[in-house]
Design a protein around this ligand. Structure first.
Ligand SMILES: [Mn+2]
Length: 424
């Protein structure tokens, strides 16, 4: 469905006077407000194709209706999100769930919808129908060269699909590892994986990047062959300058200091991208900012500080993506909330008084350091984020707009109540 400009205008008009009051109050306190607004307008977060349908757990799935039935409809849903928040101008595809049958037509549709293709994602964590060899005991780490070769060829195919669409990067997440002590020779698993990744790396086009995503556990529960940022960084360093580490917020052991990981990867020039989600226990894939908003702010504080230290462009020099999916919310409302949480944390990080913080750090004034960080975190920046969205042509209150227009009901009428987005 398409959002008409008059619908946005009516919605925004109804919220305008309250917004102006809040925004003017806040803006008066922020000297660099125009600069911050521009950064917020520029900052875009890619939407993964698999987040547009209701997620499941291993116990069940409760589809909500009106889910996209095809790649085209997934792109329409992302365009809908982008129309509301003006911050979701890219889609990240998963192969083989989203193989474009007619790439030229898909590219044209993307242009019409104003969307880009973010990183393409390969899948060697499942066996696909008709697949010759099984990934039950791993893919790139497998003891059988033929299985490794099959995984390499799949990744090369993913790159070819990405090239057809104008994508510039591939994210490789491997479920490889072991469930029981003794099952794997760790060194052999690493070497096999490195050799496989090297073959894929060699097939990268000149202007492409490869993101090596790590995960601490699940589906393997004794060891993961790309289990943490150190292992990912080892692979990335050995592969070459087009290979980077990708941080997924849900892929760490409990209480890991993710902000420190981010700072060091940025220092090494090896942070490639981000998968945003939130979690209480493990890879819960909950809405960004729903459980630990302070941690998200601290991560953004390191991102902003580390990118500025290297003269990087916040909006474009790293790949920003959401990777969340679950059972009990409307997926589009969930994504609107996630994008909002990311922009709030980013805006708060932009408010940190860096000069004062550096001064306090150099004087070992620990209490002052905390005051400076928490002063930014406790600022209600929602009017700033709303103002940026308004100036970019979006909706003042995206979730309210989504509900007021009964968008889910319209999608159910268009697509049916029992549609299932492809994927797990
Ligand atoms: Mn991920």
């Amino acid at each position: 469905m398409r959002i008409e400009p008059y619908q946005l205008a009516e919605h925004n008009a109804s919220h305008l006077s309250a917004h102006r009051r809040r925004f003017d109050f806040l803006a008066a306190e922020i000297p660099a407000v125009e600069e911050i607004l521009q950064k917020l307008i520029d900052f875009q977060i890619a939407i993964p194709s698999w987040a547009l349908g209701t997620g499941g757990t291993r116990f069940g799935r409760f589809p909500g209706g009106g889910e996209p039935r095809s790649l085209e409809e997934k792109m329409e849903d992302v365009a809908l999100l982008h129309a509301l928040n003006r911050s979701s101008d890219a889609i990240s595809l998963h192969i083989p769930w989203d193989i474009p049958k007619y790439p030229a037509a898909i590219r044209t549709l993307a242009t019409q919808l104003g969307l880009r293709f973010d990183a393409v994602n390969s899948n060697t964590f499942q066996d696909q129908p008709g697949q010759a060899l099984s990934y039950k005991f791993g893919s790139m780490q497998h003891v059988d060269k033929a299985v490794r070769q099959q995984a390499v060829e799949h990744n090369m195919e993913v790159i070819r699909h990405g090239v057809e669409l104008g994508s510039k990067s591939i994210t490789v997440w491997l479920s490889d590892g072991s469930c029981f002590p003794g099952q794997l020779n760790f060194r052999r698993a690493f070497q096999n994986t490195l050799e496989s990744l090297r073959d894929v790396y060699a097939a990268l086009p000149e202007d492409w990047k490869m993101y090596v995503e790590y995960k601490a556990c699940e589906p393997n529960f004794y060891s993961m062959t790309v289990g943490d940022w150190g292992q990912s960084l080892l692979y990335a360093n050995k592969l070459g300058e087009k290979a980077f580490t990708l941080v997924d917020l849900g892929h760490h052991l409990p209480n890991a200091n993710i902000e420190q990981i981010v700072a060091l990867l940025l220092m090494e020039g090896k942070l490639g991208g981000f998968h945003f989600n939130d979690s209480k226990y493990g890879d819960d894939d909950l809405t960004v900012g729903s459980i630990k908003p302070y941690q998200l702010f601290l991560i953004f504080n390191e991102l902003v500080e580390g990118m500025d230290a290297r003269g990087m462009k916040h909006a474009t020099d790293l790949a920003w993506m959401i990777d969340a999916s679950h059972n009990v919310k409307d997926p589009l409302e969930d994504l609107l909330q996630s994008v909002e949480a990311i922009k709030i944390a980013y805006a708060q990080a932009l408010l940190v008084d860096k000069k004062a913080l550096t001064g306090a750090q150099l004087e070992n004034d620990t209490a002052r350091c905390q005051e400076i960080l928490q002063s930014a975190f406790r600022t209600d920046v929602r009017p700033l984020v709303a103002e940026a969205r308004l100036r970019a042509g979006g909706a003042m209150e995206p979730v309210a707009f989504f509900r007021d227009l009964n968008i889910r009901e319209i999608l159910i009428r268009e697509r049916g109540a029992k549609t299932v987005a492809t994927g797990l």
